[in-house]
Write a protein that binds this ligand. Sequence first.
Ligand SMILES: Cc1cc2nc3c(=O)[nH]c(=O)nc-3n(C[C@H](O)[C@H](O)[C@H](O)COP(=O)(O)OP(=O)(O)OC[C@H]3O[C@@H](n4cnc5c(N)ncnc54)[C@H](O)[C@@H]3O)c2cc1C
Length: 331
Amino acid sequence: MSGPILVFVELGSGEAVGTPDRVSLETLAFARSLAEGLGGAPVEAVLFGADASVAGPGLGAHGAAAAHVVMDTAIVGAYAPAAWGAALAELAIARGAVAVIGPGTDRGAEVLAHGAARLGMPLAANVLAATPGASWSVTRQRWAGSLLEDGTLDAPVRCLTMAPHAVAVDERPGTSAAAVAPFAPTVSAADVVVRVMGHEPPSKGSISLTDAKVVVGGGRGVGSSAAFSELEELAGLLGAAIGVSRVVTSNGWRPHAQQVGQTGQRIAPDLYIACGISGAIQHIVGCKSAKRILAINTDAESPIMALADYAVIGDLHQIVPAISAEIRRRG
Ligand SMILES: Cc1cc2nc3c(=O)[nH]c(=O)nc-3n(C[C@H](O)[C@H](O)[C@H](O)COP(=O)(O)OP(=O)(O)OC[C@H]3O[C@@H](n4cnc5c(N)ncnc54)[C@H](O)[C@@H]3O)c2cc1C
């Protein structure tokens, strides 16, 4: 049998502390389908952090036969991209891995880039599909998803990151737990010179933008920081997260953590309510995985209309409070 496919699994912080993030679970589903193409190669997860041994066994339901938990406190105590990449590379060599895969998140991309460099292998980023063979055929996103590129990956260890939401999470309850295996890598002091020194927790009760079922989005059309209270009220009634366009973060109306798009978060809610957002390609790339889009815009010709399932043409300052009032009226 061939060596395993190693999957870097990112654990959430804030309220989701210690929980595998959704894109990592999607990446495990992607690895499971690759493993079938490789005649049943094992899928093995790699986790870092104090909570890793708790999260590890549950990854069995997502196709992982084993969960390697990186134990070195010098590197698990804080996120240190070079050290995590070095540990991943060391484990890949120790396990004779045929592939090392990670989620196409900020952290996934960073760790995989370091890991591939340590292995001396090429990295295919933002992959949507891959077909294993003597050389692997891959399709990947470029230019924020406006271009798809077909290529081949010729390397003894295939390193790639998976584009967020390219495949669905594939959880099969009742599958055996992943066997947790501690791994103590060799880490040099130089590998930990860049590391996270602290975290700012999200405000209490806030809903994660990437996991939210409903996102209320606001763009330049909202007009000011203060006017976001109308969107916050609607979000509160719907149990939704707030997402924004880059104009909004550039104007300092909302924090960058809420930005949706090419240089922000990729979201995949059941419903995205885009208020006063024109639908520039750099924004669309972040919200096109939404199941339904409701656009509220004064301009019937704005590009978001081409993507919207529903649209209300009009002033958001009238429409958003009216929707909130109707939700409240219906109890
Ligand atoms: C390299 C690069 C990366 C980028 N990354 C991102 C990114 O990650 N995310 C992102 O969002 N953008 C990104 N951008 C910027 C992007 O190109 C657009 O400039 C931005 O998305 C536009 O934001 P907007 O829709 O809020 O504003 P606008 O394009 O100005 O649209 C405002 C909309 O509000 C409507 N409107 C105005 N008043 C009202 C009202 N009262 N009621 C209802 N509707 C109203 C208007 O009709 C218009 O459609 C990036 C750009 C570049 C070059």
